[in-house]
Design a protein around this ligand. Sequence first.
Ligand code: ADP
Ligand code: ZN
Length: 215
Amino acid sequence: MTINIILLGPPGAGKGTQARRLVEERGLVQLSTGDMLRAARSSGTEMGQRVAEVMDRGQLVTDEIVIGLIREQLAKGGNGFIFDGFPRTLAQADALGDLLADTGMSLDAVIEMQVDDEALVRRITGRFTCGNCGEVYHDETKPTAQAGVCDVCGSTDLKRRADDNEDSLKTRLLEYYKKTSPLIGYYYAKDKLAQVDGLAPMDQVGADIAGALEA
Ligand code: ADP
Ligand code: ZN
């Protein structure tokens, strides 16, 4: 069965981690606009340079850019998508509805991952990832077994995001509350919303999402 789902929640809620699980368990395609924008910036294109500054400050990039990125990916086709970090504004949500309808697809569920602000700050300021395989680590809660080496793939290319600092995080949280949190009501009204406790242990969150998708 093919499904299309949105993972919704503030920065640091664990969207990326759960998206990766869903990719492994269900063969869905993860569409992370954050990852796409980071790829664009490191490719050194003009668009990439424009968005880099905006991202590092913690602000949202324009709707046109991210909608364009998603449109390109959907055109490639796939057997079910996980939207991770998209949509983030009401305009993006409307655009996604149109894009899915144009390609004969529909949205099955929106999973809101709920986490309180204090936990977010703790999670994000200790976060680092493997540049090779994408595994996510944390200084306190999930360090690598051997310092500086990825447990999964052995790469030493471990990095921290430029926007994972306290100032940018404040802006990211504000952007979330101002522009993204209205999507909770939007999808509730469309009967698509399910909520899970993002502070539960990782496996529990995964099980809760699976449960929400059954229902
Ligand atoms: P997080 O959820 O941890 O904030 P993301 O990787 O999803 O991280 O996004 C990082 C940054 O990329 C955002 O702060 C924003 O600048 C930009 N971005 C990602 N997705 C979108 C989007 N849908 N609309 C606008 N900007 C986006
Ligand atoms: Zn790795």
